[in-house]
Ligand binder design. Structure first.
Ligand code: NDP
Length: 480
């Protein structure tokens, strides 16, 4: 299987003719190849996008909405094919791809098909001055969208759908580690009748293809989701060109558990918060802080539940924890167990690679719980982004808040309590972009999504994304 670029509505090889291997993480085997694109391919994609822009930006909202809905419907129609591809490419359990990833990719398009018809700008009558001001919200032009490997189609479409709904044309790059569903999406775009050049998908390495998108002087905005280090690098390149940037970066999210919570609901949800998608979701709660009076009980019950999670091949119905995305990532995860041990932390369960019979070369790792005593340890300060969580007790509200905020990251926090005053105090004082109270990852696509501090700048979701992908212009008309 050769994954080609999708430029100007056509599939093509990269100009240099080079391809790189694509691995199946469940068995460690190469199962396809993807275009190893360079700045020349990005230039070609840019030219196609720039050519499509005048017409697409003048396409009526009804027409854009119709095409986006059609893409959404086709994703739903092809759910099984897309879910299988996502699971094979990423290593996630097929059940997760079917229930979460692919339906959400369809919802992203459907949401923005509707949202764009409701997006409007403001007018201000300057009373006494005989003037009326109104705001034009115009598409930016050609924009770049770069997404990571953990929720491949889900996050790719989360950017593309608002970008094109707002009238922009796009040069997009999925992660080279998980290119498959973006490739299948290209076929859907043609079937849905998206005009050629509106969305161009260029495959390749982050450091060459991705970087060429960021460096392109005429790609005026970059929507990026990925690691904090990459985000900082992109910001440095983009700043002198004054590009508009939306950066959704890493996290080290606290999960704060008080004794007055609904214990059973908390326990079941905390299993998901910790290990959904092998812990490779930016919103996963990787630092669990538990009120001292229920700490021992939680520790016992949590470990018992974690040990029940079945690590296995992603295609198997009973698999709760599939494969990690790559060998490099597996090695990184493993290294944190050694780091924890060196720091004097206790591995309460897990900590080892798993050999799945029949798939011995796959990248499997046990769900792991580490007991730490000091929040400044590396396990609690660095993003691991895998099936590893730490637990630690706290005594007072003030201590819990201090521990939760004591990190460079600020993406999300989860709070378990039935105390209304505490809920409000924590909601206001947690230094994160999102606070979940007595729930986790309950998503309403109208809400602003993103982080503070080293977790990024800007917000996605709802009208926030449409505001990002448009430029406001003030028009002032004076009349006699
Ligand atoms: P990376 O930062 O390595 O990569 C993200 C994307 O950027 C990939 O497509 C990558 O390409 C590309 N890229 C890499 N280097 C460059 C560059 N120099 N210029 C332009 N593009 C580049 O992140 P991961 O893919 O490893 O994703 C995991 C990270 O994403 C975690 O830190 C996680 O927290 C974060 N994340 C944040 C979310 C949020 O909403 N805040 C949501 C999901 C994940 P390639 O893969 O081909 O190298």
């Amino acid at each position: 299987m050769k994954i080609q670029n999708y430029i100007n509505g056509k599939f093509e090889n990269p100009i240099n003719g080079e391809f790189i291997d694509n691995y199946n993480p469940s068995n460690g085997e190469v199962y396809g190849q993807i275009a190893n694109s360079t700045s020349e391919d990005v230039e070609k994609a840019y030219e196609a996008a720039a050519k499509a822009f005048p017409s697409w930006s003048n396409t009526t909202l009804e027409e854009r909405s119709k095409i986006l809905s059609k893409i959404a419907n086709l994703i739903v129609e092809k759910l099984d094919i897309l879910a299988e591809a996502e699971s094979k490419d990423n290593g996630k359990p097929i059940s997760l791809a079917k229930q979460i990833d692919i339906p959400r990719a369809a919802e992203n398009f459907q949401f923005y098909a509707n949202a764009i018809t409701q997006f409007s700008s403001e007018a201000h009558e300057s009373i006494g001055l005989n003037a009326i001001n109104f705001t034009l919200r115009q598409p930016i032009g050609v924009v770049g969208c770069i997404s990571p490997w953990n929720l491949p189609l889900y996050l790719f479409t989360w950017k593309i759908a608002p970008a094109i709904a707002a009238g922009n044309c796009v040069v997009a790059k999925p992660s080279e580690v998980t290119p498959m569903t973006a490739y299948l999406l290209s076929e859907i775009l043609n079937e849905a009748g998206l005009p050629k050049g509106v969305l161009n998908i260029v495959h390749g390495l982050g450091t060459s293809t991705g970087q060429a998108i960021v460096e392109h002087p005429n790609i005026k905005a970059i929507s990026f989701t990925g690691g904090t280090k990459t985000g900082a690098h992109i910001a440095r390149i983009a700043a002198p060109m004054f590009k508009k940037l939306s950066l959704e970066l890493g996290g080290k999210n606290p999960n704060i558990i008080f004794s007055d919570c609904d214990y059973d609901k908390m326990l079941a949800t905390t299993i998901r918060t910790s290990f959904a998608n092998q812990g490779q979701i930016c919103l996963c709660g990787s630092r669990i802080f538990v009120e001292a009076q229920i700490y021992e009980r939680f520790k016992r019950d949590f470990i018992k539940e974690v040990k029940k999670l079945k690590v296995g091949h992603p295609s198997k119905r009973k698999t709760a924890i599939g494969a990690l995305v790559s060998k490099e990532h597996l090695e990184k995860i493993e290294s944190f167990v050694a780091i924890a041990e060196n720091e004097g932390a206790r591995i309460l369960c897990g900590g080892l690679e798993v050999t799945v019979p029949g798939f011995e070369n796959g990248y499997y790792f046990q769900p792991t719980v580490i007991e730490v005593t000091d929040n400044s340890c590396r396990v609690n300060q660095e993003e691991i982004f895998g099936p590893i969580v730490s637990i630690m007790p706290f005594k007072t509200d003030a201590e819990a808040l201090q521990l939760a905020n004591d990190t460079k990251y600020g993406l999300s926090a989860t709070l378990w309590t039935n105390n209304l005053n505490r809920t409000m105090q924590f909601s206001k004082q947690l230094q994160t972009g999102i606070v979940w109270v007595n729930t986790w990852m309950l998503r309403d696509l109208r809400t602003p999504f993103g982080g503070k501090k080293a977790s990024g700048i800007g917000r996605e979701g709802g009208f926030e994304a449409l505001r990002f992908f448009t430029e406001p212009k003030n028009i002032c008309i004076h009349y006699e």
